[in-house]
Design a protein around this ligand. Sequence first.
Ligand code: GEK
Length: 247
Amino acid sequence: MSNASYRDAVFSTPLDRVARFSFDEQVVSCFPDMIRRSVPGYGQILGMLGEIAARHLRHGAHVYDLGCSLGAVGLALAGRLPPEAFHLSAVDLSPAMVERARNTLAEECPNHAMEVVEGDIRHLDYQPSGLIVLNFTLQFLAPEERDAVISALYHALEPGGILILSEKIVANDEQDNAWLVERYHDFKRANGYSELEISQKRTALENVLIPDTLDAHHARLSGAGFDRSLTWFQYLNFASIIAFKDA
Ligand code: GEK
């Protein structure tokens, strides 16, 4: 498959029944365009990830990128850190994503040690790591499966290690949430999505992407053993959290 990237028109035709959203070939080919136009702050989070890693990562540490899609986290880290600074395992459940990520990382960063593994983050045998990134991935697991994954990641982290967790979130207050969702739809309109695309994607993601509140995320991290967690980024109903395991 070529590495060509297309504009996201996945939800631009009126379908009789809107399929559940899945990470298939059609989504993969337009993925970079889709995520940039539909996740507020996506580029800023990736850019800052390199800075955070440069500050926190023990030299030569192992890094996980869980739910790597096309390998953007690996690209961001390799763009900021030299090859000897870290080695990375990028994991994704979707074979189409894994194939593209593997090609991209090998082509763009041949000197960095970055492997791409097809696997399910719910059942991985995690190795000790200094940094684990879940960039908009936990949200696709069923809510009842999230505690066990976060707990496994806490145990995999070395003392002094950090977890970066970026997620679509829901506000505690219904009125606040409605405002955030409305402005999020404005954000998508401003980025060229039509009313039909916005409403069809919303339907497709129903029951596939169930967001937690920031409070629920922090409580889960604390319950898993993390010593401290803070929301370091928020743009509308999208946020990124850093969680620390003390040295
Ligand atoms: C980025 N982090 O560009 N195990 C492994 N992968 C999974 C699982 C699972 N159980 N469930 C879903 N995925 C990326 C963006 S996208 C976010 C992450 C989005 C994978 C799924 O195949 C998809 O590639 C990814 O998680 C979510 O920084 O599409 O909004």
